[in-house]
Ligand binder design. Structure first.
Ligand code: PFF
Ligand code: NA
Length: 459
């Protein structure tokens, strides 16, 4: 008989329980934590935004993380095939297959702009190593970043290099490519961030930064800001997009998904908060603008590296680790696309990775141009909600604030309401009252939370 869970054959499984946790954490921890979280926190006024973000992580993000991984393991195939199989075996509507398609398209789009920012990290490894930050003031550092953005060819070059690295790793297959890098380098990134926080404590503005991040002032938070917080919770945990379904398809039955999900969420949140605590003291100490936008870390951290002793070494190491974190996330974005090409089009992994990568690279040119030649092009600007949004802004909005949270909503509803309940008890790894509490959150709290945020933004 035909095996309906091809990824669940012993030779395909993650080599250990830890390997899945590392890969999923590698997908979660990335530019979202260190680049995006601080700048959107700055743009949305700080504390109140952070509070909503944390609520979204634990009431919406974690339940979806659990459900999506569980669905992936149960289906044991690519996201699209998994959803097709499960709608059949669970006897539900075929409409749920949209979850798989949404994932393939969203992961395709997200990588297109993620790779451009990954290119910035590449550039900054070089700048740090060459000692270009040494002694530079805020204006000079800002000028360096401005010059980078103004040069489409330079952005394109590093976007291309980043994509090439990702395609190379993915084409070599999931296990050899993924497990090794994350193991050593993630803890190192964590330690370096803590060191940066200690450095930021000496800046004289640490208290101001802490109160900016943690004392909520709800008058600064808009409904659009709440949607951004929800979207970022999805983005930062890599949920709703098929990535965890793809990774979960290789997960042995013995692993407790609930515990693993909690570990990943705590790790990811910890990295984001540390990044904020490292960056905002520098922002305030140098009279920079917290809402400066996507360049925030690239105009603050280099200041610190330029002033501390050994800054060139620390700076190089920091941006190198940021690059690794970005790569392990980018790899996970390519995975649903590659699996779809492999399993549905019968194309080899190598060809799928190269072909998919090329298409994504091409779409990424739109983001490259958003920071220079197309800086004033606002494709949906005639709709007031999208006023002033560049191609990059729109892609980010579409994926992070729409496709990922709505994918998450569909996953919560599918697992909570459409799947057979008996199976879930063993699949999720919770018993008795904690299982009941989890199911309550998954069925009611998570969908209501997402629904309310969207309703408010529509009205
Ligand atoms: N979670 C990643 C980060 O925080 O950088 C970004 C990400 C990874 C988004 C994978 C989407 C995805 F499918
Ligand atoms: Na993240």
């Amino acid at each position: 008989s035909q095996n309906t869970q091809p990824h669940q054959q012993a030779n395909n499984l993650w080599s250990s329980k830890l390997a899945f946790t590392l890969a999923a954490a590698g997908s979660a921890v990335g530019l979202g934590n260190i680049w995006k979280f601080p700048y959107i926190t700055g743009e949305n006024g700080g504390g109140a935004f952070v509070l909503i973000y944390l609520a979204c992580i634990f009431l919406i993000g974690v339940p979806v993380l659990v459900a999506e991984t569980m669905i992936g393991r149960k289906g044991g195939q690519s996201p699209v095939a998994t959803m097709r199989t499960l709608t059949r075996t669970e006897g539900t509507s075929r409409g749920w297959q949209a979850i798989g398609w949404n994932g393939v398209i969203a992961s395709f789009l997200v990588l297109s702009f993620y790779a451009v920012i990954g290119g910035w990290a590449l550039v900054y490894i070089g700048k740090a190593a060459l000692g270009l930050f040494t002694g530079a003031d805020a204006e000079a550092i800002g000028g360096q970043f401005g010059n980078l953005l103004a040069n489409p060819w330079e952005l394109l070059l590093w976007h291309s290099v980043f994509m090439a690295i990702v395609v190379f790793i993915v084409s070599r297959g999931i296990r050899s490519g993924l497990e090794k890098a994350v193991n050593l380098l993630m803890p190192l990134l964590f330690i370096l961030l803590i060191a940066m926080v200690f450095y930021a404590m000496t800046s004289g503005s640490f208290g101001q930064a802490v109160s900016f991040m943690f004392s909520p002032d709800f008058s600064k938070l808009t409904t659009a800001g709440v949607l951004t917080a929800l979207g970022h919770a999805a983005f930062t945990l890599s949920i709703g997009i098929g990535v965890l379904m793809a990774y979960g398809s290789y997960l042995p039955k013995s692993v407790n998904i609930a515990k693993t999900a909690m570990t990943i969420a705590v790790l990811d949140t910890g990295v984001a908060l540390l990044a904020g605590l490292a960056i905002f003291p520098l922002v305030f100490a140098n009279n920079l603008e917290p809402g400066a936008g996507p360049g925030l870390i690239f105009v603050t951290l280099p200041l610190a590296f330029g002033q501390m002793s050994g800054g060139a070494v620390f700076g190089t190491l920091f941006f190198a680790l940021l690059l690794v974190a970005a790569i392990t996330s980018a790899i996970s974005m390519l995975e649903p696309v590659v699996e779809w090409l492999e399993e549905h089009k019968g194309i080899s992994r190598v060809k799928s990775a190269i072909g998919g990568g090329l298409a994504i690279w091409f779409i990424g040119i739109g983001t490259v141009l958003s920071f220079n030649i197309w800086g004033d092009v606002h494709p949906l600007g005639f709709i007031s909600f999208f006023e002033g949004k560049t191609v990059f802004d729109l892609l980010d909005f579409l994926v992070s604030n729409l496709m990922m949270p709505l994918g998450g909503l569909a996953i919560a509803l599918f697992a909570g309401w459409a799947m057979k309940r008996e199976g879930l008890v063993t699949d999720i790894g919770l018993k008795g009252s904690s299982f009941k509490a989890f199911m309550f959150v998954l069925r009611f709290v998570t969908p209501a939370g997402i629904g309310i945020v969207f309703l408010y933004n529509l009205v």
